[in-house]
Design a protein around this ligand. Structure first.
Ligand SMILES: Nc1ncnc2c1ncn2[C@@H]1O[C@H](COP(=O)(O)OP(=O)(O)OP(=O)(O)O)[C@@H](O)[C@H]1O
Ligand SMILES: [Mg+2]
Length: 393
């Protein structure tokens, strides 16, 4: 895995000294820029570097507060300060801010190399490299009633059952009801509340704003009132998604079929989009229009998937008809199971909990396993096998 290193220098001299890339850093991408502690949090949220080297000539209390804030929002980042201040007071303050190491100034190629080498040996850094950032998945109906919210929430539940930390963000801003598909818990906050407070938004505020369906599954609800919809800005949403990506293994965005600027921002920020439809002409026509919008937005084909919900094999329209019409891949089909799904929605109990053996539950489990493959099962006889291997012949 490539290591992403961001080097931030306060002076031009520092930038000049770093011009030569070092041969032993072949597995790293190094981005060098002029900046300061003031700009570091925004850069970390935008670029998600694995390692940050920040030039901090002296013990500067406001700058250290900014570093601490940046590390609260992006706790997995390996932060290294480069400074000529070696006082105990400075080192203690840096460690309290979450800085992993302080290296002596001046910033040079050798400093960058030393920081990368020592980060590789750090246990927490190794863990972050293995888990990487959370995946953002958008589920969008070709038109209303396709089943996007039902699938987004129940897929999230299936992933959480595999011990993945999952956030559902309800972006059906006028009529959002995603949290009700998973139970009837009281919302304390919404996407609009967080979007209004981006200045204060950090991991703790995000966590406190979530409806906790379980330890692994959290939902950020849509606003309570339509009056609040305009408080959700593209910048606010970007900050919420980027923070959620750092805190969860999967961030699932439940969208409506309305493509306003906030929805387009959500789609832009997604790693995968699942366009949901049913096999009838109105849905296919709507899907074709949506596919041409995606094309216009320049999304690569690999990012786009079609999910056929309420699929019945003997229908008049085939999957290849949908692929020909939308020029997109149909990557999932979910069977039709009217009574079971209605019961799940009416009772606010996820399908996997209410009816784990229903065909829709099986399809959801398959989908979750494709996104988060389970580790190979260890043989239950492993101890016996091990003993047998160590027995003398
Ligand atoms: N596989 C399925 N089989 C049978 N019924 C289903 C299936 N999936 C969803 N449904 C039903 O479809 C209804 C509508 O689903 P949902 O609210 O998720 O649609 P949506 O695409 O999110 O629509 P909206 O545009 O209103 O957001 C649900 O009440 C659910 O009972
Ligand atoms: Mg919906």
């Amino acid at each position: 895995m490539t290591i992403k290193v961001s080097v931030i220098c306060t002076t031009e001299d520092g930038l000049d000294a770093l011009n030569q890339p070092h041969a032993s850093l072949a597995d790293s991408v190094i981005e060098i820029q002029k900046g300061s502690a003031k700009t570091v949090a925004a850069m970390m949220q935008r670029e998600h570097p694995d390692i940050v080297l920040l030039d901090m000539p002296e013990n500067d209390a406001p700058a250290m507060d900014q570093v601490e804030q940046a590390l609260t929002e992006s706790p997995g980042t390996h932060m290294v300060l480069v400074s000529s201040d070696r006082s105990t007071e400075f080192l203690m303050r840096a460690m309290r801010a979450g800085v992993r190491e302080v290296l002596p100034a001046p910033m040079s190629a050798a400093t960058v190399q030393a920081a990368v080498q020592s980060a590789k040996g750090h246990r927490a850094f190794g863990a972050r490299q293995r888990t990487a950032l959370g995946k953002v998945i958008a589920v969008i109906p070709a038109k209303g009633g396709a089943g996007a919210t039902f699938l987004a929430t129940n897929l999230a539940y299936a992933l959480s059952k595999q011990h993945k930390r999952v956030a559902v963000i309800d972006l059906n801003l006028y009529f959002g009801d995603a949290s009700l598909f998973l139970g009837d818990r009281i919302a304390v906050s919404s996407v609009a509340d967080l979007s209004r407070q981006t200045y204060y938004l950090d991991a703790a505020l995000l966590d406190a704003s979530m409806v906790k369906v379980s330890e692994y599954l959290h939902v950020l609800p849509a606003p309570e009132s339509p009056d609040e919809v305009h408080d959700v800005s593209c910048n606010g949403l970007e900050k919420i998604i980027s923070l959620a990506r750092n805190q969860y293994d999967f961030v699932i965005l439940d969208l409506s079929g309305a493509l306003d600027p906030v929805a387009v921002k959500a789609l832009d920020l997604s790693d995968s989009i699942y366009l949901t439809l049913q096999l009838n002409l109105p849905f296919i026509r709507a899907a074709k229009r949506m596919a041409s919008v995606f094309k216009g937005l320049g999304y690569p084909k690999e990012k786009l998937n079609v999910v056929i919900n309420r699929f019945e094999k003997r229908g008049e329209i085939s999957l290849s008809d949908v692929e020909k019409s939308t020029l997109l891949r149909v990557t999932r089909t979910i069977p039709n199971s009217h009574d079971a799904c209605t019961a799940s929605v009416n009772q606010g109990v996820p399908m996997l909990e209410l009816l784990p053996n229903d065909s829709v539950s099986r399809a959801l489990r398959d989908w979750a396993q494709e996104l988060a493959p389970l580790p190979p099962q260890r043989s239950s006889n492993w101890l016996r096998e091990l003993l047998a291997r160590t027995q003398p012949p």
